[in-house]
Design a protein around this ligand. Sequence first.
Ligand code: BGC
Length: 766
Amino acid sequence: MKIMKTRMVVFLAGLLISSSLIAQNKKSLSTPEIEAQIEADLAKMSVEEKVGQTCQITLDVLLKKDAEGKLIEPVEIDPAKVQEAIVEYGVGSVLNVGWKTLSLEEWEGVMEGVHAPYQSKDAKAPILYGIDAIHGVNYTVGGTLFPQEIGLAATWNPRLAMQFGQATAYETRASGIHWNFSPVLDLGRQPLWSRTFETLGEDPLLVSEMGKAIVCGYQGKGGINSEHVAACMKHFVGYSHPSSGRDRTPAWIPEKYMQELYLPPFKAAVEAGALTVMINSGVVNGIPGHENYELLTETLKNEWGFEGFAVSDWEDFIMLHTVHRTAATLKEGIINAINAGVDMSMVPLAPQYQEYCKLMIEAVNEGSITPDRLDDAVRRILRVKYIVGLYEKRMNQAKKYVDFGSEKMHQLALESALESITLLENDGVLPLKKSQKVLVTGPTSNNLIFLNGAWTHTWQGDNPLFNTKGRFSVREAIEAYVGTENVLFSQGAEVYMDEGFEASKLSDTEDFISKAEESDVILLCLGEFPSTEKPGDIRSLNLDSAQIELAKMAYATGKPVVLVMIEGRPRIIREIVDDASAIVQAYLPGDFGGEALAQLIYGEENFSGKLPYTYQKYDGQIEFYDHPRSVARHKANHFDAFDPQWEFGYGLSYTTFEYSNLTLDKNTLTEGDSIVITVDVTNTGSREGKEVVQLYISDHFASMTPAVKSLNAFEKVTLGAKDKKTVKFVLATEDLQFYGRDDEWICEPGMFSATIETLSADFELK
Ligand code: BGC
């Protein structure tokens, strides 16, 4: 007998912080007054004005240029261009700044220019400005830069994720911006993909919990005020799983995986009130994201009740015609996308935007897009504009935000980096002693760009000219921490871009060897050159040969080597793991990553990060922690396809934890009931530490082959030396659902195991 369930996936267990946050966050952020005002506005708008609201252009289109067509610096708005775009075409939204970081003063000037038409009542609605402040307000000089999302996920700490969201929203508003194209909720299940670092990892529960917390931070607990921004869930849905690994190439995702893995984080964010969504630029199962009516209109809007609006990704209406070839003309692309449920088009250049508006007006006048559909799109856009407070009186933003780039913000970014960096191996070499002579070396050791990655001051984040003043590379941070007399530096190797692909080469090897000989320990920083989207495409997950060679040279010196990986993707390093004395995964820890690393490796702070993904061992054998059992059988004779370098959820500490007394308050569960699971965790070492208690559930038998285990709940606890804590989770029948053969969420009676660390207990679902 099957117990049929609704399609709801409810994660009830654990996470007291984030679940209470969500409860306080009302599903609808609108009010009857706002809705009435929107109807009144719509009644006064022409088709042309409504179409304008659905059009988003990039800031470049509005800026002054010199005689050679180069942008003038400091940036200045061109009133004639504003007049054309915002007054004549009625454009509703502006985005971005891709080539440099603007000062708060420049932002103020930009905002004055783009808001002028609404202020003077020459435009019917204010401009909604959107930006990619994805790890802090990365396009504003002096903004606080946090770890990229993959690092934030490694903290397994929803409180920090929420505080990151609050801080970033605050600094974004200080820049006069009301809309952040973040968080990325794509699942990191294709490690080749250039945007893996923008994800919260491979597990739907971890992504959902951290994602919800970020949304709550951006949008506030009880409603949006002048310190909040609208969140934008990206990129709905399946973008992160391109078969080729290359950005914006097709994905094939079975409905079971769509339902169980890829959709839940978006659904959780909608429940948390996320106001906007950006659509997947790619094609899933043959259908471009921008034409997927079932997902956009039926699932997201109708079924989940999403009240905000959907924006396209960069040029994606155009791509339906020019790249995906599902639309025979540009106009057909517009019609298909709007009718599928996309509400705003990131066109975003000129003269394309003028053409977009003309074609869309034609489509409405011809009836290919109905007035109702147009009104629905505009209603959603205006709703968000009202909710974020754009209709309130404009004032000089920056002066109000005294905490912008303050010590308080810096401490939070440092704390996030400290909780994110993950210790993977340690034979006792760590913590280092300040008296040891350390050779800092490797391609990612001597520049802040490597700690931040892409979307930092520029799109690709590869221009050191924009590095935040006063912040440290790894080398500078270690020198500041122990004093220059105990630090040697040798470049070792370089990573760079060569004809569109990453490349590396050894530097002065004699210098490297002689300094290694002088040192007591080698801190070897390997990893990746900053990049994202198409420029970040790679052909193999293997770390490039020069870096592997450098590691082997370091081992050959006989000195202990602490290997630090500073990378957006888990690159294959199998060959250089065994000889390392310690291995640290730093991800892309942001502007405070160098300091955090110094404090951790010298033992001032304790490691508590845990991998948010499976660190793969082989390029040609990619499997995730929640694989079906058939993937991992016959361990003894190499038939085991699950053989990772390190498992999802793994990470060491300077202290040790022991688990005991795994207890279930009952061993049978009936529909609608729940089981309380408790476990004792003891810090058995001699210093304080933080541990992530992870509850996994395994279904013994099911009508579709079950995962070997799935993360069901987690909680990060802090324990002083010798302290013990009892951690409690509540497991409900909904947690045992899976997407079955008949395309329905079902629960099947039978035996299950609850596992925490090495302890396991069985229970039966009746
Ligand atoms: C990216 C989005 C980003 C947008 C605006 C696109 O190329 O895919 O993630 O938000 O550009 O910068």
